[in-house]
Ligand binder design. Structure first.
Ligand code: G3H
Ligand code: 13P
Ligand code: ZN
Length: 330
């Protein structure tokens, strides 16, 4: 058992309070390897942004729980070495069982998500409350979820959204004691968030998805004023990465994300954590494919993972500066 405090991490409580008051969102970037972690820390130290290092259960299996704990400690030390000790949270993304959440807490996570959204409302409350009880005993913060996003959530796929029902949020939050709530207002996971037939086209022929349901968000805010809200599935799927991947031998079709202006607008509300994974995957893949296509004789991993890391850093700095508004808030 190790406490996150010994690793130099913080929980999300204070960060979310400041983010709501300051009308910005804290970035939650998924990672599972060293280059992603380095890029996240470099970008957030340079922009002076707080950050949530986010790990799915699949990523935890991939990276190994013990290695992750030292990586998180390394991330805190690395930030200091780069010249500024930003607040860093290590968060479990989409935890699906009490045992997984407990194990993450015991291995140094400072925040966990218990995603009971696929259960009945009552079972979601029971499961979330159990996690909250254990987490709070260790001063770890908990994110719950109400409503179901369309797309893929850790191997579980949903065809359509089931939007969060505002009339349930107050009851859910007070019965479970969660510290933040993930909601469903039209975002979804992955690079293929919308089918082309769900979109319209702008004057340049680009696909424009249906807008997020800001009316539902507003209604939720009215019922639980000042309570931290989380947006999952918030990658924007930059077209230039899709084009680059395809130019260098990839095959991605009609990938559509959430327009950045809409995320900016959400960040100014009670949305204080925005989850981004797919955009990082696209940036990394585009950079690696470019090296492979232009320098086919290259076989030193540093020669393609290095440019991928640089591209990731650029992407994260852009998000922090221009989309989430968290630059300068650390
Ligand atoms: O919400 C899903 C995240 O993008 C994590 O994806 O389970 O493939 O690591 P993953
Ligand atoms: P994206 O697939 O849109 O990056 O969403 C990531 C996410 O919500 C992780 O929980
Ligand atoms: Zn998610």
């Amino acid at each position: 058992m190790v406490s996150y405090k010994e690793l130099g991490l913080v929980n999300s409580r204070e960060l979310f309070k400041k983010a709501i008051d300051g009308k910005y969102a804290v970035p939650a970037f998924n990672f599972n390897n060293m280059e992603q972690m380095q890029a996240i820390i470099q970008a957030c130290v340079e922009t002076r942004s707080p950050v949530i290092l986010q790990v799915s259960s699949g990523a935890r299996k991939y990276a190994n729980q013990t290695i992750l704990r030292y990586m998180a400690q390394g991330a805190c030390e690395y930030a200091k070495e780069l010249g500024y000790s930003i607040p860093i949270v290590l968060h479990l993304d989409h935890g699906d069982t009490f045992e997984l959440c407990k194990s993450c807490i015991d291995y140094g996570f400072s925040s966990v998500m218990i995603d009971g959204s696929s259960h009945s409302y009552e079972d979601n409350i029971a499961l979330t409350s159990k996690v909250v009880e254990y987490a709070h005993a260790h001063d770890v913060t908990v994110e719950g979820e109400l409503g179901v996003l369309a797309g893929i959530e850790d191997e579980v796929s949903h065809e359509t959204h089931s939007y969060t029902r505002p009339e349930e949020v107050e009851d859910f939050v007070s019965k479970t004691g969660v510290d933040s709530l993930a909601i469903s207002i039209g975002t979804s996971h992955g690079a293929y968030k919308f089918k082309p037939e769900q979109c319209t086209r702008d004057k340049d022929g680009r696909l424009v998805p249906p807008p997020l349901r800001f009316d539902i968000l507003k209604e939720i805010e009215k019922r639980i004023p000042g309570f931290p809200i989380v947006l999952h599935g918030s990658s924007s799927v930059p077209q230039h990465y899709v084009d680059e991947i395809n130019k260098y031998g990839g095959k991605l079709e009609a990938a559509v994300g959430i327009p950045e202006e809409q995320l900016r607008k959400a960040a100014e509300s009670a949305v204080c954590k925005i989850n981004i994974d797919s955009d990082g995957r696209l940036a990394m893949t585009a950079a690696i494919r470019k090296v492979f296509a232009e320098k086919p004789s290259e076989f030193d991993p540093r020669k393609y993972l290095g440019p991928a890391r640089d591209e990731l850093k650029k992407l994260y700095m852009h998000k922090v500066n221009n989309v989430l508004g968290s630059a300068g808030k650390a």
